[in-house]
Ligand binder design. Sequence first.
Ligand code: NAI
Length: 344
Amino acid sequence: MSKRRVVLLPGDGIGPEVVEAARRVVEATGLPVEWVPMEIGAIAYEKYGDTLPADVLQEIRRCGVALKGPTTTPSGTGHTSANVRMRKELGLFANVRPVKSVPGLETPYGQTDLVIVRENTEDLYAGLENEIAPGVITSIKVITEVASRRIAKFAFEYAVRWNRKRVTAVHKANIMKKADGLFLECARQESLPYEGRVKFDDILVDALAMKLVTKPSQFDMLLLENLYGDIVSDLAAGLIGGLGLAPGANYGPECAVFEAIHGSAPDIAGKGIANPIAMILSAAMMCHHLGDVESYTRIRKSVRTITTADHELLTPDLGGKGTSRTLADAIVREVERRRREGDD
Ligand code: NAI
């Protein structure tokens, strides 16, 4: 296999430690990758006055693939989100977040095996906010037919490719009859060619929240607008043991950017205790995207072996005493062993 160039974006906060762990795991698989490290987020802002410098976007376009850590976006004031900009500028319209129970980690919610497909480019993330009178702000929710059809079609195609049985569109079309009504109608129409192969239904987002924490196994794939997708995927990560376990990927027609669901976790940044598993599983998704299904499977199996092997090894968010480094070391060793000996 020829060497693939991949842009490596450590981000800030816990980003550098989890991205480094993921990079080492990919190296352990033997997949020939030439990393192109670049800076984004708070670090880039301090240095260049821009959280997402133009040359980073250009390099991602050139390579087609990036492995990305989280970046901090201040609440209320300060710079706008590098993530939102990156997704828009690179046309990364589909955010895929598989949320699957991890063997060895018991939770009160039972088995979860969900795939969340989130529209990534519009909705309230359009950033159209105005103070129309003192003390009165409007924030515009943008839902278009083109983007809604595109994400729905993506979800059904994904379902067929990954042998999933059902797509549930999530909305609040009883209140936002036009915006969410359009999203729902587009999903319904796009489901028609898949009849008999993929079941389609829908649910109000508030009812979904209740049903997810009651019995997550009743859902298969969820199709959501941008904001609901953001909120529901953090909730879903909580069902399997937390944000340290849930990977993700952003896909567009030209590029794909792989990143965990979680943010920069300022409360634990610099302590060396961030859980690298979500980022490592995101890197596994990247291997699959690059055509290396063997490494994808090997990384996932290695993570499962380690989470069932020794609880002490796990990071504190999972009740263990490990560090990002020691947990990553154990996963790297397991990937190397499996590669050396061949998987069973
Ligand atoms: P967060 O995901 O960073 O943290 C929420 C909670 O989960 C914290 O208690 C944190 O310690 C914990 N956590 C997250 N990832 C973890 C990991 N790998 N291991 C162990 N514990 C973990 O969300 P928060 O605090 O709302 O946001 C912090 C910053 O991150 C904000 O500036 C936000 O804008 C940014 N953010 C960036 C994202 C991205 O770059 N894709 C995504 C989400 C948030």
